[in-house]
Design a binder for this molecule. Structure first.
Ligand code: ZN
Length: 195
């Protein structure tokens, strides 16, 4: 399902505001650190009860315990997948979702997709393919392809010109982006550094 344009804008602005408020300024975004700053406990599925938790979700889920938010996740998944799952659950919590629905899933998926690899940051790193996104933003191949498609759509629509909240985001991440570009001068070759 798709959301109203105004809702996409609200979620993108929320993502940038969260980065500003909680001092998230480096790529790849450390989702564990962000959750900690937000007061959310992030807990891997306990080995002894793994099967019970898997029945709830193969990837992860959130719940409130004594009104405190908790995210449980499957630690057997790949690093990129875990990052996405945790940010998706953070999205549910920040967006105030209290029950499952297609709308809640669409919003949380969009929040995670946007915040893991915001198009302005992909542009700043001068990445030229989905492969470059994997390393720069700590994502799975599948999520990187989605992020790449979203970036190309954004580029067609905006011609690469930033609106005010995108400018704010680029400014927040400036030094991390510069450091990354120094480390990996050829954005497209990044994938060769990982297994
Ligand atoms: Zn969900």
């Amino acid at each position: 399902m798709t959301l109203w344009n105004v809702r996409y804008e609200e979620i993108k602005k929320l993502a940038v505001d969260i980065c500003e408020k909680y001092d998230v300024r480096s790529v790849p975004i450390n989702v564990f650190e962000l959750a900690l700053k937000l007061g959310i406990k992030v807990i891997p599925y306990p080995a002894k009860k793994h099967d019970i938790f898997i029945k709830e979700s193969d990837d992860g889920f959130f719940m409130y315990v004594d009104e405190e938010p908790r995210i449980y996740y499957n630690p057997e998944k790949m690093y990129g997948r875990i990052n996405y799952t945790i940010l998706h659950e953070v999205g549910h919590i920040l967006l105030g979702h209290i029950q499952e629905s297609n709308l809640a899933e669409t919003e949380a998926n969009f929040f995670a997709k946007y915040l893991l690899a915001p198009p302005p940051l992909i542009q700043e790193l001068q990445l030229i393919s989905a492969e470059g996104i994997i390393n720069a933003f700590g994502m799975s191949y599948e999520a990187s392809c989605n992020a790449w498609n979203y970036y190309t759509k954004w580029l067609r629509k905006t011609k690469g010109i930033y609106n005010p909240y995108e400018q704010k985001m680029v400014k927040l991440f400036r030094s991390s982006l510069d450091e990354y570009s120094r480390k990996y001068p050829l954005g497209l070759m990044c994938w060769q550094t990982i297994e």
